[in-house]
Design a protein around this ligand. Structure first.
Ligand code: SAH
Length: 512
């Protein structure tokens, strides 16, 4: 992003990340992330969004949770200022909308005072996120002519509550309380004392727009007891008003086929993105647990790579099929003291948007990106260009042979350059191990016999008996099911179409 034209000062973008669903970030927010050198994000931001940036990411937290260090607001402000003064493009990514109970305006004021250029990008605030995803129309024409966003928390150093319950009770519309769970009893009691009827409908929405969204419905009188029995976790909103009654008709999100279901994705991380997004779009929660990880090639291959890189100009096409392939290619290119000019007039193809974005980061715009993120589609898209042409596939040590097969069939002169290694992972991540033993991972998808065997081995070495597994297993095909059973696993669902989509459909069918 261009810095301020008269000085070398960078710029700060205060960006609203939305309430949780990564799809609710704005287009402008995504643009800012793509160009950031540094992203400071708060505890409400869904970290899945951070894949949209190449910059360094640091979390700031103002409440004590998950052993995260607390960063005081003054320190955050000072950091934004000093990073921008050092010429960096900084994104301050904040849950919901930056100016709604988010201290965004204080940050903007500090930047203004320090003479730092800034922009503020709105976000979907938690209330509207909860409204749409849980089915409350706050300003339905028949029941409410206004909506109020109220903080239930206020400044913790202020002992006396300053909320004007008389005014709130008389408010002619829906009340939405942010940060109110800790004061639920007080809020409900005070509104009744101030004259609101105990029978006014009221609800709590936790984790709005996320797969673990929960809604509790009652009245002003019953809500505190219902909430206590429900063992609710923040973040949550309290919604008070007639609109709570319409919810049953409007709640589309909780009816999505994978709503609330947690699914382990065993694909290599650089190929997991499309599956993860599909799970999110179906209301589920993906848990990335690659069975294969990525590492550098050995010394011998380094020399071979350097040799090929010196002859890049003789290729008509360079084909990239992973984000890692792109970054490793350029790492090798740069360490051979070469740069983009070595690509000469070669055309460039990328398998999907992530790979194309990574290429752009290195100043290269892909000439071909297929509409569907699959090797078959990439090969189809290339077929008409590559007859008699020399094609270099930049790839990992392991992978499918679709491209070489399909492209040599149409007469391409095909060469391959392995720029990184795939290796079996040694153990589950701490998060996955915890979920497996706590039974909070509903499904795991196994997409090949070798992945099935590897999963069974990891299970064994982590001390989890396969016969006691609370997680259900879905496989991609009968061959993979057989390998899973041989390894001592029980298969609960099997795809009829042999793709990851097929795995997800099989899981959906078991929940019908
Ligand atoms: N700027 C944010 C609000 C920050 S204050 C916004 O515009 O949404 C933090 C409060 O926001 C939480 O205590 C909770 O009341 C609410 N909140 C944020 N994300 C939420 C979510 N996904 N579901 C329910 N409430 C949420």
């Amino acid at each position: 992003m261009p810095s301020d034209s008269t000085t070398n000062t960078g710029k700060v973008f205060l960006v609203g990340a939305g309430p949780g669903d990564p799809g609710l970030l704005t287009v402008r927010g995504a643009e800012c992330l793509a160009q950031a050198d540094l992203v400071l994000y708060d505890g409400l931001v869904n970290p899945v969004m951070l894949r949209l940036t190449q910059g360094r990411c640091e979390r700031t937290a103002r409440t004590r949770r998950d052993n995260v260090v607390i960063v005081p607001q003054s320190e955050i402000n000072a950091r934004l200022i000093s990073e921008a003064q050092a010429g960096r493009t900084v994104v301050r990514l904040k849950g919901g909308d930056p100016f709604i109970f988010g201290r965004g305006s204080e940050e903007a004021a500090a930047l203004e005072a320090a003479g730092i250029p800034f922009e503020v990008i709105p976000g979907v605030t938690a209330a509207t996120g909860a409204g749409e995803y849980a089915g409350f129309s706050f300003t339905h024409r028949e029941s409410s002519s206004a909506v109020a966003f109220v903080t239930g928390h206020e400044d913790p150093v202020r002992a006396e509550s300053r909320l004007n319950y008389q005014a709130l009770a008389a408010f002619p519309g829906t009340l939405v309380f942010y940060m109110g769970l800790g004061r639920l009893v007080e809020i409900c009691e005070q509104l009744q004392i101030a004259g609101m009827s105990p029978s006014v409908p009221a609800a709590i929405v936790c984790h709005a727009t996320l797969p673990n969204q929960r809604v509790i419905e009652g009245t002003l009188k019953t809500l505190p007891d219902l909430a206590a029995a429900g063992n609710l976790k923040p973040p949550s909103l309290i919604i008070i008003g007639e609109c709570v009654r319409q919810r049953q008709k409007l709640s589309w999100f909780e009816r999505l086929p994978l709503f609330g279901i947690t699914i382990g994705v065993t694909r290599p991380e650089d190929q997991a993105e499309d599956v993860a997004l599909r799970i999110i779009r179906a209301g589920g929660e993906p848990v990335l647990m690659p069975m294969i990880e990525v590492g550098p090639v050995n010394k011998h291959s380094e020399t071979e790579i350097a040799r090929v890189l010196l002859q890049l100009a003789k290729f008509h096409w360079l084909v990239f099929t992973s984000v890692n392939g792109v970054s490793e290619f350029f790492r090798h290119l740069h360490s051979a003291r070469l740069d983009t000019r070595s690509l000469g007039n070669a055309k460039v193809a990328a398998i999907g948007p992530g790979t194309a974005e990574k290429l752009r980061h290195f100043g290269v715009t892909a000439d071909v990106v297929p509409s569907e993120y699959r090797a078959e589609s990439l090969a189809k898209a290339l077929e008409k260009y590559v007859r008699g042409k020399s094609v270099l596939w930049v790839r990992a040590s392991r992978g499918r042979d679709v491209l070489p097969r399909m492209l040599t069939d149409v007469g391409a002169i095909f060469a391959q350059l392995v720029v990184y290694e795939n290796r079996d992972v040694e153990h589950f991540s701490a998060d996955v191990a915890r979920r497996l033993s706590a039974g909070t991972l509903d499904w795991i998808g196994l997409s090949s016999p070798s992945i099935a065997r590897r999963f069974a081995q990891l299970l064994q070495s982590s001390g989890q008996p396969a016969d006691n597994l609370k997680t259900r297993i879905a496989t991609i095909s009968p061959v993979t099911s057989a390998a899973a059973r041989d390894a001592g696993l029980t298969v609960a669902a099997e795809a009829t179409v042999y793709t990851w989509d097929g795995i997800l459909q099989a899981i959906e069918r078991s929940h019908e």
